[in-house]
Ligand binder design. Structure first.
Ligand SMILES: *Cc1c(COP(=O)(O)O)cnc(C)c1O
Length: 367
């Protein structure tokens, strides 16, 4: 076995020890009343974390991309129009998913490291009158936290359904679906929830659920059809597919941990860790890519100093991993080779982890 890893990349992050313990609990059947009680509890806590009253809020048996696919596949039919904000790789992935569903996609793009311009989004929405507006709240490929309100208001004016990717925001920064007027949102367990990858918390508004029932054509994916998923994840609790029991144990425990800390304290902890990271790496010449107003506290993108480029950034990341057990992420797409992405997510968002990274880097750059 390799040395234990401190996972400071774009995800997965290290699970909380209580989550790891929960994962190894004896198995219950997926219709066992004791399991259904745990599932009820997890669904109630997910509603609270998402800032929603939506009954249709559940841990989908999939990773974050499966949640993306579920939101878009339920709300879009072939030929429908969608306006999608592309501020990085995950906005790009949304376009590809929507295109495969047969939607006509209007993209609104922005430079990597910047937020989507709300005016350009609003103009496109007013012009296209789409069925769905979709964008990423926390763009993990660039480190931008996208403001939601203005784009949400434009979607509401056009009576579009708003889909929000909360994979790297949920559990790290505040998410308030109902206050924003979001119709469908998804996340993933392995980023700020401090669980292993394997579940995608999703939430659909009542308006979205009505829309899915009013479709002309059935949802193309049987597995992801929320009208069918509602049979098990709603009050009937009848079989649709076998829920990943152990993962639900893990998620339920992760949500208890988050509730005990409280989201305001948790967000403050993420912000403090990210600020310490930027401050402590500045003397090495690392500079943040993203402007402070829209900088994402859960994932920081840093431009690389000459010393790191000269050494070879990929080589240095490999040395961090092999000699110190620390994983950080490289750049994606246009940013490849010129930035690092450092995730301080969930349990990992602590100044002591920043210090471990700084010490390891100092040792490697001296040597
Ligand atoms: C990680 C991530 C995804 C994809 O999640 P997977 O669990 O890898 O399928 C989607 N959106 C964002 C913003 C992400 O960071």
């Amino acid at each position: 076995m390799s040395i234990p890893r401190l996972l400071l990349g774009p995800g997965p992050s290290n699970p909380h020890p209580r989550v790891l313990a929960a994962l190894s609990q004896p198995l219950l059947g997926h219709l066992d009343p004791a399991f259904l009680t745990l599932l009820d509890e997890a669904q109630a806590r997910l509603r609270s974390l998402f800032g929603t009253q939506n009954p249709l809020t559940l841990p989908l048996s999939a990773t974050g991309s499966g949640g993306m696919e579920a939101c878009l596949a339920n709300l879009l039919e072939r030929g429908d129009r969608a306006v999608i904000g592309v501020a990085g790789a995950f906005g790009e992935r949304m376009c590809e998913v929507a295109r495969r569903i047969g939607a006509r996609v209007e993209r609104v793009e922005t430079e990597p490291g910047t937020a989507l311009p709300a005016e350009a989004m609003a103009d496109a929405i007013a012009r296209v009158r789409p069925r769905v507006v979709a964008f990423v709240h926390a763009e993990t490929s660039t480190g931008v936290l996208q403001p939601v309100e203005e784009i949400a208001a434009a979607s509401r004016r056009a009576e579009a359904f708003l889909v929000l990717d909360c994979v790297t925001s949920l559990g790290g920064v505040s998410v308030t679906l109902d206050a924003w007027g979001v119709d469908a949102a998804y996340s993933g367990t392995q980023k700020c929830l401090s669980c292993p990858p394997g579940l995608s918390p999703v939430s659909f508004s009542e308006r979205a659920a009505l829309r899915v029932r009013a479709r002309r054509t059935p949802v193309q994916s049987w597995y992801l059809d929320v009208t069918l998923l509602a049979a098990y994840y709603g009050s009937e609790r009848v079989y649709h597919h076998t829920a990943p029991i152990s993962m639900v144990y893990g998620l339920a425990e992760a949500l208890r941990v988050i509730e005990e800390e409280g989201m305001p304290a948790r967000e403050a902890r993420h912000r403090a860790a990210a600020a310490a990271l930027i401050e402590r790496l500045a003397p090495f010449g690392f500079t943040p890519l993203v402007a402070p107003e829209v900088r994402l506290p859960t994932l920081t993108t840093l431009r690389l100093p000459e010393a790191v480029l000269a050494r070879g950034e990929a080589k240095l990341r490999r040395e961090l991993l092999d000699a110190h057990g620390i994983e950080v992420g490289g750049g994606l797409g246009k940013l490849s080779g010129s930035v690092w992405r450092v995730g301080l997510m969930g349990e990992n968002a602590r100044v002591e982890n920043v210090e471990r990274l700084v010490e390891a880097l100092a040792t490697l750059l001296r040597g």
